[in-house]
Design a protein around this ligand. Structure first.
Ligand code: NA7
Length: 529
């Protein structure tokens, strides 16, 4: 079989657009997707309440004005089924399906030095060849259930939010546990609480949850976005985090208590996570951050009736925003229900699962089902799941043993013609990821066209450029409060994973300019032959 020009791993937002972009430029492309359907993260996260925490009209492709005109979002924050419908619409509209192979996991990719080709191995043992490999496997797609003692013996049903079954799941009349109170836990808990007879929420770390204030979009909002589409999209691309969030340029520390309170109240009323942009020092000055944390804790105490429960829900030990802020709908209110109990794992950690429940250090909870909302091996998990070998047989798993090393989050030294979409070292998870995906896809597309035009076969980041970039990414992060939290941004949620701050925090607009400059300078930092 003829080698492909490119193999793309994953058919979510990134893989679909990469296919469209490369095919449009005349490259032959094959996309491999592990799921039975396309959609990536939005295919697997089918749990009740699954919803995006970026606004729908922003969290959508901008590359096709026609697509934007014909698709109409129904809510401010889109729910999983609607996003999945959207991605399926995109696949049909642009005729992408013939080049996508579903139910297929890429297990290995090995670079053949002599042929300057990649040998890509699939889970059925088949091997395909390609000049380029593009990893579009997602930043949050390697779901993780911690290895709790005794878990194998538990006879109740178990679920992970990021691997939710396709059919309906009914918890009516059941005793249900949820471990994990990150974004997924916050979304699933209120809905399961409405069904279950008893719900036990096992919290290790209290989160900061803002009210989502989700609502149907009205005609005026939709028409406004349409009328100003180009300008708004431009603003997203030039922004800090890829959204239309307003970032105020005033200090919270310097503001008067009344002015500060008013601004925070506005953020609370508006909902969503924009409150973090309401002053310019909230993410860099602990004093400013404490002011916001104090405000948010006050709100929780107003909502939650039991002071002991409110205390546990406000026991965060890290700065606001240093772990991703959660958006909830009735999250704190759920803890006022008679059938819901919060179990503070900081005080009474899980000791072991048993056949019919879970035991903490002070009590055994009888359960019919346990939901794990325990997150992901984020950013690197879905890349390293594939056994990637570069020149001389070097292994990416070994090269990243002390943390990921990339140039721009796009490429790695030692791995010619391998490209990462929203890889570690790029804004990715700190941004509206669709904006970051589009930028990476377009950059990679332009780069491959450049190589073809110049009759070049290989492209690889130089070691120096890569290491300089890694140092730069770390340096920027260290000027903020972000490294203070044991977050998945730091790899801290996976025991044994190296602790380095993985995403680039300098902002989407700054990053884009840098990438464009590098491209304009004949891809400075790349070795091409
Ligand atoms: P997150 O944000 O990684 O949250 C995982 C939650 O699970 C978090 O509360 C963790 O507590 C908890 N967790 C993880 N391991 C354990 C163990 N061993 N024991 C108890 N609790 C544990 O994942 P989500 O799916 O909620 O969200 C991921 C992203 O998806 C989100 O940021 C959005 O971008 C969308 P911890 O804080 O580690 O103490």
């Amino acid at each position: 079989m003829e080698p492909y020009d490119a193999v793309v791993v994953g058919a979510g937002f990134a893989g679909l657009y990469m296919l469209y972009r490369l095919r449009g430029a005349g490259f032959s492309v094959r996309v491999f997707e592990a799921g039975e359907g396309i959609g990536g993260t939005w295919y697997w996260n089918r749990y009740p309440g699954a919803r995006c925490d970026v606004e729908s009209m922003e969290y959508s492709y901008s590359f096709s004005p026609e697509l934007e005109r014909e698709w109409e979002w129904s809510e401010r924050f889109p729910a999983q089924p609607e996003i999945l419908r959207y991605l399926n619409h995109v696949a049909d509209r642009f005729g992408l399906r013939p080049d996508i192979q579903l139910n297929t996991t890429v297990t290995a990719a090995r670079y053949d030095d002599d042929a300057a080709q990649w040998d890509v191995t699939l889970d059925d043992g088949t091997m395909v060849r390609a000049r380029y490999v593009v990893m579009a496997a997602g930043c949050l797609s390697t779901a993780r259930i911690p290895p709790f003692p005794g878990l194998d013996s538990f006879r109740g049903r178990t679920y992970h939010t990021g691997h939710w079954p396709a059919g309906p799941v009914d918890f009516t009349g059941q005793r249900v546990g949820v471990v994990g109170t990150g974004s997924s836990g916050v979304q699933v808990i209120p809905l399961v609480a409405e069904q279950a007879a008893e719900l036990y929420v096992f919290q290790r770390t209290a989160n900061f949850t803002m009210p989502a204030r989700n609502a149907p979009l009205n005609r005026q909002q939709i028409e406004y976005f349409r009328a100003h589409r180009e300008e708004l999209r431009q603003r997203e691309r030039a922004s800090r985090n890829g959204t239309l969030r307003k970032n105020y340029d005033e200090s919270a520390v310097a503001a008067s208590p009344e002015a500060r309170r008013r601004r925070f109240e506005d953020g609370w009323r508006l909902g969503g996570s924009d409150i973090i942009g309401s002053f310019n020092d909230l993410t860099v000055d602990q004093r400013a951050n404490d002011l916001l944390a104090g405000f948010l804790r006050g709100k929780v105490r107003e909502i939650v009736r039991d002071p002991a429960v409110a205390a546990a829900l406000t026991s965060q030990d890290y700065p606001v925003g240093a772990k991703r802020m959660c958006l909830g709908t009735g999250y704190y209110e759920t803890f006022n229900r008679d059938n819901v109990q919060l179990v503070d794992l900081r005080k009474t950690p899980i000791k072991t699962f048993t056949t019919n429940g879970v035991g903490t250090t002070d009590q055994v909870y009888q359960l019919d089902a346990m939901i794990f909302a325990t997150g992901y091996d984020a950013m690197t998990g879905s890349i390293l799941r594939v056994d990637i070998r570069g020149w001389g047989g070097r292994s990416l798993r070994d090269d990243w043993a002390a943390g990921p090393h990339t140039y721009l989050g796009l490429t790695c030294h030692g791995y010619p013609n391998l490209f990462l979409i929203t890889g570690p070292g790029s804004p990715s998870v700190l941004s509206n990821v669709v904006v970051s995906i589009e930028q990476h896809v377009e950059w990679i597309g332009d780069h491959l066209e450049y190589l073809r035009k110049k009759d070049l076969t290989t492209s690889e980041a130089s070691y120096e450029a890569q290491e300089e970039w890694v140092a730069h990414v770390n340096q920027l992060a260290s000027r903020t409060l972000m490294p203070k939290a044991a977050s998945w941004y730091m790899g801290a949620n996976v025991p044994g994973k190296p602790r380095v701050f993985m995403p680039y925090i300098g902002g989407v607009g700054t990053y884009r300019k840098l990438c464009d400059k590098i491209a304009a300078a004949d891809y400075r930092g790349f070795e091409m032959s």
